[in-house]
Design a protein around this ligand. Structure first.
Ligand code: C6P
Length: 418
């Protein structure tokens, strides 16, 4: 069903937004005398009460160390932790729970693959292929490996709309390419990349692919087996879960062959001063006491997302993106960076000559939280010959009314700066 709002046709809200918003204590606040509008979801999302409560219950009733004790609390903690792994496995449809490695976040997951895969498989003269729109987390770890191994980092170019040049990608996939590492959704431009196509093309040449799903998993259904990717990484805090927990999915055949990332407790089978043998998956990659409460909180976030349905979330955020884009384009002097055909709910923009930090500050005074800066994607800024943008990014609890507030606040900027 469609309705008209400010002369723009929009989809009628697909979700019960009032009820959803009530699930998030932080969103009930007044900031600078205005009800908070939170449009910084690409940086981190807010947490629903079920996540906060689940972590509280964990600490009040189950807290112990995992895989170590025979006592009841240790069993409870171990069960909660391993059930969380299974919940995450089902959410992204991995084949085995041993393919789910709990890490601190997307950044650590990429560093793990860069270190471990890199140590075993990357040698002098090899190439690692990334894209022009990567977050620093999917650039720097590869640069470090390249430096160490004498390998070369190559970059799939993009056009001015923020779409990857797939012809160039075909040409760049060569006999020296050892790995392709691309983002599913760009945090700076909102582009949804054709990762299925990228994976298929790379696999035809026997090259594994890592997908950075930090900005996709919270906003659309993801099925790692359907994608066919070899590695997939994401962060709990961007999907309504806690900070300090994230996931590396890796195909078992690959992970089994990779050397450990860190040494310590839980990742070993036996240790003597002469020799250590390592544990099996997934524990081989989880040295030390893990973030148990984080994993449990992440599972609660996944269950929360499941209760809404990822198709619904994606459709709602697409409607918000279309509505906001149309309204923004009516503002004279406003430029949107990232106009790909397939986009997620991220809008990077500049407004006349106003510095993005001033845009962010004035919006904050109006109770609207956005991010300003280079978004840890400096090469994207360089590509457009700018140093920063203002960025609004949507989450499942956002509404068209909030977008109206955002537009009204932008109009105030025009009044202040002329
Ligand atoms: N982007 C943003 O405001 P961590 O910090 O490990 O949770 O996620 C890193 C990361 C990796 N890939 C992409 C595509 C990302 O967007 C991010 C985090 C945030 O855009 C913080 S810079």
């Amino acid at each position: 069903m469609r309705q008209l709002k400010n002369d723009i046709e929009i989809e009628k809200p697909l979700l019960n937004l009032e009820a959803l918003k009530a699930d998030f204590p932080v969103l009930q606040q007044v900031i600078n005398d205005k009800p908070l509008v939170y449009f910084d979801n690409a940086a981190t999302t807010q947490k629903p009460r079920v996540v906060i409560e689940r972590m509280r219950t964990y600490y009040e009733m189950e807290n112990s160390n995992v895989h170590r004790g025979v006592h009841t609390l240790s069993q409870r903690a171990t069960d909660a932790y391993e059930n969380a792994r299974e919940t995450v496995r089902a959410f992204i449809n991995a084949a085995h729970s041993k393919e789910i490695i709990f890490v601190r976040g997307a950044t650590e997951a990429i560093n793990l693959v860069a270190r471990s895969f890199g140590q075993k498989y990357i040698k002098k003269g090899d190439e690692i292929l990334i894209s022009a729109m990567e977050h620093h987390s999917n650039i720097v770890p590869w640069q470090m490996v390249c430096e160490e191994k004498g390998a070369r980092l190559r970059v799939i170019p993009m056009n001015r709309k923020g779409e990857l040049n797939m012809d160039a990608f075909t040409r760049l996939l060569g006999t020296n390419t050892r790995l392709v590492a691309v983002t599913h959704v760009s945090n700076a431009l909102g582009t949804v990349n054709p990762v299925s196509e990228i994976i298929e093309m790379a696999h035809r040449k026997g090259i594994p692919v890592l997908v950075d799903g930090a900005q996709s998993v919270p906003h659309m259904p993801v099925d790692v087996r359907e994608l066919g990717c070899d590695f997939f990484v994401f962060s709990g805090h961007k999907m309504y879960g806690p900070t300090g927990i994230g996931v590396l999915y890796g195909r078992a055949e690959l992970l089994e062959e990779m050397p450990p990332y860190q040494g310590g407790g839980d990742m070993i089978r036996s240790v003597t001063f002469d020799k250590t043998t390592f544990n099996g998956l997934p524990y081989r990659f989880e040295a030390g006491t893990p973030n148990i409460a984080g994993a449990v909180g992440l599972a609660a976030a996944v269950e929360y997302l499941n209760s809404i349905g990822m198709d619904q979330v994606a459709a709602h955020e697409k409607a918000l993106l279309d509505y906001a884009t149309n309204r923004l384009l009516q503002l004279e002097g406003l430029t949107i960076f990232g106009n790909a055909k397939r986009k997620a709910g991220v809008i990077s923009f500049l407004f006349n000559d106003v510095h993005p930090h001033d845009i962010g500050t004035i919006l904050d005074q109006e109770g609207v939280a956005i991010r300003t800066g280079h978004h840890c994607a400096q090469p994207v800024m360089d590509f457009f010959s700018i140093s920063a943008t203002a960025r609004a990014s949507f989450g499942l609890y956002n509404t068209t009314q909030e977008i109206d507030r955002f537009i009204d606040a932008l109009k105030k900027i025009k009044e202040v700066f002329g």
